[in-house]
Design a protein around this ligand. Sequence first.
Ligand SMILES: Nc1ncnc2c1ncn2[C@@H]1O[C@H](COP(=O)(O)OP(=O)(O)OP(=O)(O)O)[C@@H](O)[C@H]1O
Ligand SMILES: [Mg+2]
Length: 263
Amino acid sequence: MARKIVLTSGKGGVGKTTVCANLGINLAKLGFRVVIIDVDIGLNNLDVVMGIEDRVVFDITDVVMGKCRAKQALVQDKKVSSLYIMPSAHAYNKVNILGEHIKNVLSMLDASFDYILIDCPAGVEAGFHRAVFPANEALIVVTPHISSIRDANKVVNLLDEYNIESKGLIINRMRGDLLLDGQLLNIENIVKALNLPLLGVIPEDDEIGSSCSVGGRMQSGESARAFTLLSENIHNGSKKIFDCTYKYRGLMGYLRRNIKKRV
Ligand SMILES: Nc1ncnc2c1ncn2[C@@H]1O[C@H](COP(=O)(O)OP(=O)(O)OP(=O)(O)O)[C@@H](O)[C@H]1O
Ligand SMILES: [Mg+2]
């Protein structure tokens, strides 16, 4: 049976899709069979981040409407063969897709995969319900900003109404230089505010979303290392958190921080 994990946040644009994609890649690289599912109907972008948009034949709404089987809507990743993507629909075509529908789709894939990662839309309305309803576990993605933490707190409370057995926290877009300068909420305070086990800290990385990465896929560098640690923590329960401040400590670090301030 697959672990069914939803990545959610409440607030938009904090990095759910980016984290979902990279977590999927890393879990698949560890040898697991992984599906990442986009349930952001009409505002899909997982297909773009994963670079598969020109290979999409069927999407999740076709599966729900019985036009194809769940496996026919999966697109295999070009680089990691045990990773599959189930894209969402490009347009909202008046089909009312409910959490129960998504749960049915997942049940068709359950026996063939180790992980099913569900990329949740922003907000706490119908799209949130659709994504959370079929999941057993939730990863709450935040950035080190009060507005993100506040929305995440609402989401954590809402999750109590669902069948979520475990929750974990991922802090995305952390900047080590600002953290050391006391300009960002620190990690302990974020963890305390949300009272969730910390599973990963992902640094702000200029290469994410730039032409150097394929979509938001990180193959090398600091954020790639942070995603590797995150996937190991999720898989085997280790508690290794990437230290975003290491290169800003000491004399060289002090110089780096000051250079960054001037750029
Ligand atoms: N660690 C990071 N460093 C730099 N940029 C990042 C990082 N994580 C995400 N981004 C960028 O932030 C933007 C939003 O990311 P993403 O689409 O993953 O967020 P989201 O939470 O899925 O948004 P939405 O709520 O709209 O679905 C993208 O441009 C992405 O490239
Ligand atoms: Mg998204």
